[in-house]
Design a protein around this ligand. Structure first.
Ligand code: SF4
Ligand code: SF4
Length: 437
């Protein structure tokens, strides 16, 4: 029997009631999409179309010859009108292909395959051709994850349905509304990796999702649906591994270093859709939420849709908006423009009111050690803070700063309101710079 939680972490207020009981809605077709060529971990794609080309939803528009990269597809039928820099949710600004829609929503025809009839090699090829990346936020190319390097034995797969960030409910809705498709995606992954042991980790507050998946997986040998303690960051890969398998990923390592692969439930759905329906990844579920949004909801939106379209579709704002974040409140990134497009890694658009983001003044550290207790990576945030402020970059290695996943737990509990995550980002970047030089 797997364990149900890990050391450290926090219990923030979740605000999931804003969207959790509303069915996923199809977002309106945008007039125009802005599709970044870099929306995945690894090498950016290069354009394979030029201005003036006609495309359909699902037409390949960007690719790279590097193994760690991902194909990029059009999400609309219409015409390429520009290839230029645009706001990007993670990079600030990046090269993107702009497509003006023709309103016809024509789609490329790909031959669906019987999910049970594809070989592991065929599955990897279809997944790569469909441009599938991890939809939990990290956007790591899925065909790479499902191709363990020689000598790495994978004995366990974890399907991640934890969705531990406050406010976000897209994965929950997928598990409830698309249970059978998620299960089909899971079975494709199991056959591709050849694993016999599978855990489906879901936080206990998602009872309906736990029940649906248990029912759909009843009698499936080696597969266990495990209700997990509700605690942030339960859905982080390293915490899931520790919780479910009591295995620790080495510093700078990956789950495959300890014999495991982890994928999110949205990714399993995308894998099923690529193989069973012949559909590349050109849309995803996005939670549009926050107490300043008139009608928060989960939308299935085309990749490249400006986030302003989705906010408008949710009735726009009520009251003053202080910050718009892509992702959740703990690890999401504040945006400077509402023209930023939805990318494959966009799990949510969180709009916070002015009062909710009012900056509190930092006061001196009182050495309460709450940050140490909250850190799920067993780090010493208060000591790292001191070294960063003293610009003693080399000392940061001794404190394993590169193991910091910027989860924000330490900052959340800090009574002195010290901007710890910002300091750690600076420290990590300086240490990496020194290691490179
Ligand atoms: S939680 Fe804040 S005040 Fe307490 S020890 Fe850590 S940094 Fe200092
Ligand atoms: S942000 Fe880093 S130091 Fe702070 S709790 Fe998370 S992992 Fe630990």
């Amino acid at each position: 029997m797997a364990r149900t939680t890990f050391k450290g972490g926090i219990h923030p207020r979740y605000f999931r009631e804003l969207t959790r009981d509303k069915s996923i809605k199809e977002a309106k077709l945008p007039d125009k999409v802005i599709i970044p060529l870099s929306q995945h971990a690894g090498a950016p794609a290069e354009p394979t179309v030029k201005v003036g080309d006609e495309v359909k939803a699902g037409t390949e528009i960007g690719k790279s010859d590097k193994f760690i990269s991902s194909l990029v597809h059009s999400s609309l039928s219409g015409k390429v009108v520009a290839i230029e820099k645009h706001p990007h949710p993670v990079l600030g600004s990046a090269q993107a292909i702009v497509i003006e829609g023709d309103g016809k929503d024509e789609r490329e025809e790909f031959t669906p395959r019987d999910p049970e009839g594809v070989t592991p090699e065929e599955a990897r090829k279809i997944i790569a051709r469909a441009g599938i990346v991890g939809l939990g936020g990290a956007a790591f190319p899925t065909h790479v994850k499902l191709t363990p390097p020689e000598g790495k034995e994978i004995d366990t797969f974890i399907l991640n349905g934890a969705e531990c960030e406050p406010y976000l409910t897209g994965d929950y809705r997928i598990m409830v509304e698309k249970t059978n498709e998620v299960v089909q995606g899971l079975k494709i992954i199991m056959r591709t990796l050849g694993v016999k042991q599978v855990y489906v980790g879901i936080e206990k507050d998602k009872a309906e999702a736990i029940a649906s998946l248990r029912e759909a997986l009843r009698g499936e040998e080696g597969v266990e649906v495990v209700p997990l303690e509700v605690r942030y960051p339960q859905g982080a890969e390293k915490q899931l591994l520790k919780t479910l398998l009591n295995r620790e990923v080495p510093i700078g390592g990956l789950p495959l270093d300890v014999g495991c692969v982890v994928n999110n439930v949205g990714t399993a759905l995308a894998i099923y859709e690529a193989i069973g329906l012949g559909k590349p990844l050109y849309e995803r579920v996005v939670t549009v939420t926050g107490r300043v949004v008139n009608d928060p909801v989960n939308l299935r939106a085309r990749i490249g849709t400006p986030i302003s379209n989705l906010i408008e579709e949710c009735g726009g704002f009520r009251g003053e908006v202080g910050k718009v974040i892509i992702g959740g409140p703990m690890m999401g990134l504040a945006q400077h423009s509402l023209d930023t497009p939805v990318t494959k890694g966009t799990s949510g658009i969180l709009c916070l009111g002015e009062k909710e983001v009012a900056l509190k003044e930092e006061t001196p550290c009182i050495r309460c050690a709450r940050c140490v207790d909250a850190c799920p990576m067993n780090l010493l945030p208060t000591e790292i803070r001191k070294e960063v402020r003293a610009r003693r970059w080399e000392r940061l290695s001794e404190y394993n700063i590169l193991n910091c996943m910027e989860c924000g737990c330490c900052q959340y509990v800090c009574p002195a309101d010290i901007p710890l995550v910002h300091l750690f980002k600076v420290g990590k970047s300086e240490l990496r710079r020194i290691k490179r030089s």
